[in-house]
Ligand binder design. Sequence first.
Ligand SMILES: NC(=O)c1ccc[n+]([C@@H]2O[C@H](COP(=O)([O-])OP(=O)(O)OC[C@H]3O[C@@H](n4cnc5c(N)ncnc54)[C@H](OP(=O)(O)O)[C@@H]3O)[C@@H](O)[C@H]2O)c1
Length: 347
Amino acid sequence: MVTATTKTEIEHAAFELPSFSIDAIRAAKRVTPALGPTDVLVRMRAASLNYRDILVALGVYNKGIPLPRIPLSDGAGEIVEIGSSVTRFKVGDRVSPNFFADWLSGPINATVKSSDLGGTKDGVLREYAVFNERSVVRIPEHLSFQEAATLPCAALTAWNGLIENGGLRAGETVLVMGTGGVSVFALQLAIMSGAEVIATTSSDEKMKRLQKMGASHVINYKKTPDWEKEVIKYTCGRGVDHVVEIGGAGTLAKSAVSVKVGGHISLIGVLADAKQKSDFEISLLMKAVKLQGVFVGSVEMYERMNAAIALHKLKPVIDKTFKASQIVEALKYQQSGAHFGKIVVTI
Ligand SMILES: NC(=O)c1ccc[n+]([C@@H]2O[C@H](COP(=O)([O-])OP(=O)(O)OC[C@H]3O[C@@H](n4cnc5c(N)ncnc54)[C@H](OP(=O)(O)O)[C@@H]3O)[C@@H](O)[C@H]2O)c1
């Protein structure tokens, strides 16, 4: 129920990270600041987890952020009050904040990079949050708060890597790795764009789900450690057009083999351990591959992605939903890697 009369500076429930440990996350109270003329007050309704939230909680990522910090970057909610000069939204609009509050459009730069929610800035695991109206985007109508809360980091990163930077075209082939948030969105967006998907996973069970979602070829990377050879074989020696690389050093050498001459690798994640040194730099160089570092995306990209998601009625894959009070359990579940797609918390 939306009330147009909600007053600002409301005390509300939140969760905070007081020290670098998942177990340390605890319930807290916060007071919303008074709204500036271009601010909106959002009643947060749902949030979703990313692997990055584990890294932040452990102090591996965003080292040196001031604590306590409200965790989680990704959320969705409804506007309950607007500042005097707000033009883009009205009370009752359903919105989601961008991962980088200050990255509105154009290429990323050092200033906007320091505006990530649940890291450099407080995150969304709280009942109320104030954002500048430029930092939030409208939620596609067909999505619930929980579904929309999955989009800001995982989906936008996959979108940026494949569509904005990668220029993915119908008929091309995309390699996605594993069944985490970024990879499942990459599969959905690639199929939505008319591309063919080759996927890897460590689980035969998840293999079936990937096939059901439209992957043409799925490889168990545990049973087939030389999966790059199978990718080459499957593509008749050519290699894939795009790799959505979420493993980092532990998989990059295999991505370099899997990609076609002149292909594109979106360097996104760091999930795999690098145990062996290899000559992948030579492989990348001699294939004249475009290796693109990807860091989520801007508000403008978020709006373009949501237009496509709304048009195609794309539904995010939610593995499990927790209550906000179960945040520690939820993060540990994400850490286990047992999930397929996204993990959500209700607020
Ligand atoms: N650059 C950016 O802007 C950006 C944005 C979002 C995420 N990231 C990074 O991208 C990575 C993925 O994030 P996420 O939130 O999607 O993670 P996630 O949901 O926790 O993904 C976990 C899944 O990754 C798969 N995986 C783990 N090791 C693998 C390996 N060696 N090869 C293939 N798959 C492997 C596993 O899938 P199976 O169970 O199927 O094997 C696992 O279940 C993280 O490193 C994260 O920090 C970066």
